[in-house]
Design a protein around this ligand. Structure first.
Ligand SMILES: Nc1ncnc2c1ncn2[C@@H]1O[C@H](COP(=O)(O)OP(=O)(O)OP(=O)(O)O)[C@@H](O)[C@H]1O
Ligand SMILES: [Mg+2]
Length: 264
């Protein structure tokens, strides 16, 4: 077992300690701890079925953990809802993005806005001008983000027209719309054609350069090596290794779990 340089500092942007999650007696996350440093881009790798997405679900509050604790910038959020964690600055992407296919790209990004005063009927009636102003600001912000991910030409098209790679880009814009301080990206390059891969890597690097801490699940090791100075390797629900991408991928125990675990 690697020394726990990764031992959680609960004051960092995101820290998880000893998380556990079982499904019907099958322990999928088995005592995982991790800590994301301020402004860090940390890679999370491991074979198929290792429990990476389940770990994201626990961190984001999509699923409740059976045991362990989660801190966001020093606040214990172990029992906070996904919405509550999002309000505190945590946003996640989905391994398989499911945009609202009949809504436009712009509308899809708008659904992630945090301050939609118009949703409060009473407020909309009492303060129509304020609500309209906020709505305008949200539209402007959504348009900027759609431009950032190079989808402006499709802004008014339904999401159903998007390719797999473009859905990943829409997912990035949606994540950013929440104005996060920490983002969890689940395989942002999976199924993306090589022409879009460089664009996605560049945009993630730019997001990180703005000071947002990033936890990145990815099987594409080129992408991990380009973006993440440090990675942790998860296998069978546990932390197997931690280090630079070059170091961990040379380790015999890491190579073994990839060979045993599943198709590469
Ligand atoms: N809701 C669920 N109910 C039952 N089993 C689940 C559930 N979610 C995940 N699992 C199981 O937990 C294990 C880990 O799944 P998970 O999706 O976390 O792996 P992963 O590391 O993200 O894999 P991949 O690299 O293929 O995305 C798998 O065996 C999966 O079938
Ligand atoms: Mg997964």
């Amino acid at each position: 077992m690697t020394e726990m340089k990764n031992s959680p500092d609960s004051n960092g942007p995101l820290a998880a300690r000893d998380l556990k999650k079982s499904f019907g007696g099958n322990r999928v996350v088995d005592g995982m701890s991790l800590a994301l440093g301020p402004g860090e881009m940390l890679g999370l790798i491991g074979p198929n079925g290792a429990g990476k997405t389940t770990m994201f679900n626990l961190l984001a509050g999509t699923l409740a953990s059976d045991a362990g604790s989660i801190h966001l910038s020093g606040t214990d959020v172990t029992r906070t809802s996904q919405q509550g964690r999002c309000r505190l600055g945590l946003s996640r992407s989905f391994q398989i993005p499911k945009p609202f296919s009949r809504m436009t790209i712009l509308e899809n990004v708008m659904t992630a806005a945090q301050n939609q005063a118009g949703e409060n009927v009473l407020r909309a009636m009492m303060q129509p001008r304020l609500v309209a102003k906020q709505e305008q600001a949200n539209v402007a912000r959504a348009r900027d983000l759609i431009d950032f991910v190079s989808l402006s030409h499709l802004e008014d098209q339904p999401a159903s027209v998007l390719s797999g790679g473009q859905r990943k880009l829409l997912e990035l814009a949606r994540v950013l719309m929440t104005q996060p301080r920490v983002i969890l990206l689940d395989e942002p390059a999976a199924g993306v054609n090589p022409a879009l891969l460089d664009l996605i890597i560049d945009r993630i690097a730019q997001i990180h350069a703005q000071g947002i801490a990033v936890l990145l699940i990815e099987h594409n090791m080129e992408m991990i090596a380009r973006l993440c100075p440090r990675v942790i390797v998860m296998a069978a629900g546990k932390l197997l290794a931690e280090g630079t991408p070059q170091d961990v991928t040379r380790r015999a125990d890491v190579i073994d779990v990839y060979l045993d675990g599943a198709p590469a």
